[in-house]
Design a protein around this ligand. Structure first.
Ligand code: NIG
Ligand code: FE
Length: 417
């Protein structure tokens, strides 16, 4: 049988092979390593994996890629990002070091609202070029699938503009990009004192337009004491659900106001952040099958004293996922390897659990667990070749890259040096 490409001489192949479901509890410790392995690819999908001799005997192929004894892992799935904006906000970083909190900065005119005007004014071309540069950096750190949110336009025209930019990015860049509508990221300044009017615009104008254009797969919201209350969030998310959008939430990031419980009630695909979620919230997520997406780089960047309770979540059988939360304010981190480091050091996850969280569970958090996130026959050939002695080395040696190549759907899209 003919293959398009065979990757040989893989020192260790960490496939994460298993069932079709998210990895829960002890399953998150499993990495299914195979030594002296090879992998055959056809039409962007994995045909087979096994020992080098077996694969070379079974398949004929002219395109042989030598992994030079490196370690092959599934590509990272960064399932929570906000990459569509113009200017960065490093001054807020300095303010946080000087002792101001994220909420204080937002209430003093910084925060999400300070990113709105330049995003509204920007051309689609500028937003595209800026986001494309950012996403190329993510690819160079092993990200092969991305979720990207709107949410810096906060009016119908500008939110649709951001979603068109995400659509164009997904067409022109070599990775999968999953679009999420986040018109409820903040209240725009013009509706600061008239929340009701903005809620009407969201439910009567924005969500119907997004659904009609089929330009987003998910709807997300910032449910937090200083932004959208539980009642407001329920109204918006129910409307999005009625329009056929799948749901995500920024829940309990700063204060535990019942975000996790609402995510469970509404059947969100994922509940993200969960920095302050307690036992009840964890139990509710578990019962409802909501995937917790933890974003340790955000809490690190916000100088939080404590992190999301990853280990109790895993012990309760929840399929924890991790993502960067890349955005210009709370977290300017585009690195999944560094996010793994924080998952290990700050939340106590093992490197194996962090890898499952950054790949297969993250894929499930964007409804892609059946097609990517592990290396198994029939799934997309989305993988990275690393120069590392063991998986532990990725979170252990942070701040430095050990990535040799990134392969997306069987094609090399990044090569070091
Ligand atoms: O995920 N929490 C809400 N949204 C972003 C922050 C965005 C911003 O500050 O610009 C987040 O942390
Ligand atoms: Fe976010």
């Amino acid at each position: 049988m003919k293959a398009d490409t065979i990757i040989t001489n893989i020192g260790t192949l960490i496939s994460l092979a298993g069932n079709d479901k998210p990895r829960c509890g002890k399953e998150m410790e499993s990495i299914s390593p195979v030594h002296d392995a090879a992998l055959a690819i056809k039409d962007g999908l994995i045909l087979a994996l096994g020992s080098s001799t077996d694969i070379l005997n079974r398949f004929s192929c002219t395109d042989i890629l030598d992994a030079k004894g490196g370690t092959v892992l599934p590509g990272f799935v960064d399932c929570h990002t906000h990459p569509i904006f113009v200017h960065t906000r490093e001054d807020e970083f300095a303010l946080r070091i000087a002792g101001k909190s994220y909420v204080e900065i937002a209430q003093a005119g910084g925060g999400i609202r300070s990113t709105i005007a330049s995003t509204r004014d920007a051309s689609e071309e500028l937003l595209f070029q800026l986001a494309a540069q950012r996403i190329k950096k993510m690819i160079s750190q092993g990200t092969t699938t991305l979720e990207a949110k709107s949410g810096y336009g906060l009016d119908t025209k500008s939110e649709l503009k951001q979603l068109r930019v995400i659509k164009r990015l997904s067409e022109e860049l070599p990775i999968d990009i999953i679009p999420t509508f986040m018109g409820a990221h903040e209240y725009p300044v013009e509706y600061k004192t008239d929340h009701e009017r903005y809620l009407e615009i969201l439910c009567e104008e924005m969500i119907p337009a997004v659904a009609e254009q089929g330009i987003a797969e998910f709807c997300d919201i910032f449910t937090e004491a200083h932004v959208y209350s539980i009642e407001e969030s329920r109204r918006i998310l129910q409307c999005a659900k009625d329009h056929g959008l799948k749901l995500k939430m920024h829940a309990d990031e700063i204060e535990p106001i019942g975000g996790a419980e609402l995510a469970a009630e509404l059947g969100c695909v994922s509940a993200d952040h969960l920095g302050t979620t307690g036992d009840q919230g964890i139990a509710a997520l578990q019962r409802a099958g909501v995937i917790p997406v933890l974003l340790p780089a955000t809490l690190f960047s916000l100088r939080a004293k404590s992190y999301a309770r990853a280990l109790p979540m895993i012990q309760q059988g929840l399929p924890v996922a991790i993502a960067t939360d890349y955005n210009p304010g709370s977290c300017n981190c585009d690195s999944m390897p560094f996010t793994m480091t924080l998952a290990c050091l700050q939340m106590g996850m093992s490197p194996a659990a962090a890898l499952n969280a950054a790949t297969i569970n993250a894929a499930h958090a964007i409804s892609r667990g059946a097609v990517l996130g592990t290396l198994e026959a029939g799934k997309q050939a989305d993988l990275c070749i690393w120069d590392i002695p063991s998986l532990n080395f990725i979170p252990y040696h942070f701040g430095s890259s050990h990535l040799c190549r990134v392969i997306k759907k069987g094609k090399c899209i990044y090569s070091a040096g």
